[in-house]
Design a protein around this ligand. Sequence first.
Ligand code: GDP
Ligand code: IMO
Ligand code: MG
Length: 441
Amino acid sequence: MAPLPSPAPTAAVIGMQWGDEGKGKIVDLLTEDFDVVVRFNGGANAGHSVVIGDRRYALHLVPCGILRPDRLNIVANGVVVDPEVLCAEIDGLTAQGVQVGANLRISDRAHVVMPYHKQTDAWLEHAQARSEDRAPIGTTGRGIGPCYADKAWRSTAIRMADLVDPAALRTRLAHIAGVKNATLAGLAAWVGEPFEPIDPDALAATYGAYADRLRPHVADTNALLHDALAAGRRVLFEGGNGTLLDVDHGSFPYVTSSSTSALGIYPGAGVPGGSVTRIVGIVKAYTTRVGGGPLPTEQDNAVGRHLRERGREYGTTTGRPRRCGWLDLVAVRHAVRLSGTTEIAVMLLDVLAGLESLAVCTAYRHGGRTFDTFPASAAVLEAVEPAYETVPGFVADISAARCWDDLPAAAQDYVALIERVVGVPVSLVSVGPDRAQTLAR
Ligand code: GDP
Ligand code: IMO
Ligand code: MG
């Protein structure tokens, strides 16, 4: 038997907080050294911004590798694909001069987000808002949860392979319309919204048109990925959302519906467990969160406003203002352990400039106990009191720094503090959105 090819270099970029850590910027940077970029989880709830010169790109479903020529970009089986959003995104990229053709492949196993998923998403949020149970999740409204629910439910799911097969699409939709019209009419009545029954023929026509556009991109991406790995091509996995939004390990129920840590790569792309050994954890120099749920270090005050305005903390996907607070290293350490993070990129360090002192949460206090593990209960996470280590801030703007030695001592010490508490080396520091504003440690 011929010797097996040696494993190709692989890496992953994973958010270590509640999303929007700056993953897009680092995927774009690292892609210089990779041939294939793979999204493996989430859907159009993600919004990854990349700034190249005077151009800003916002990617939702398409991997950031699309911005460099000759890279293969894969939307793998673990992603939920909204054809309407994807077609609009391809149009937007094309209008910006980005070539999208054979360089984009979408898994035939990926599940399809339909209009009734988005409607259900909104109605479930309305129902939650009116109940005395708990606060709404504050979803992106992109139909993510209901689509993953149908995937688990199976009988009402549509995969890309069905979408691009006109006969399969028609018969699937006829069945699904029956089930959804029966169930959603009740939900709509419960939340007091008008219900327009699903017309399977109209939906088949609209989605058949999207299918015609997307068909050339649909492929067995698992086979493509294995061929690429066997040929020694370098593969980068692009995480969507953030680890603390993970459906199993995040701040449940205030999470998204997919596996957002590096653990999600294996089922989400169909590669063997452990085949990615370089895990780049993306850590914003402070904490943000968009949507509901606990945020122990939130600063609903002048510090929070400083971070929001200086960091331009408004969502890429929904435009919502992001909630801002001090860096929570209890949460980051939880994320680092789950993913087996091997190195950290510290992002948006420039945003901290001008704050006299900086606080970093290194433990939680609750019920007379001090601990440094991330609690399962959202109620506990809501109630914990952060234990802070306070360090001097830096006043001057650092966005013009181009190497580690350009940083003031207080900024260097802050990065060293992250390393010390988390126990993982920081390899990159980012001081602005541009490619050039990235410093090797
Ligand atoms: P992602 O979802 O993790 O890719 O992050 P987003 O793109 O949603 O949000 C990060 C935002 O910060 C984007 O607008 C980036 O252009 C911007 N950004 C990335 N790195 C830096 C940085 O070091 N400094 C500043 N000021 N902005 C940055
Ligand atoms: P990127 O990839 C920030 C949040 C939503 C909401 C919760 C559930 O840009 O980092 P969903 O629509 O997924 O059911 O919403 O998860 N959320 C994100 N927050 N960045 C993201 O992606 C997010 N994806 C989901 O705000 O609180
Ligand atoms: Mg984002």
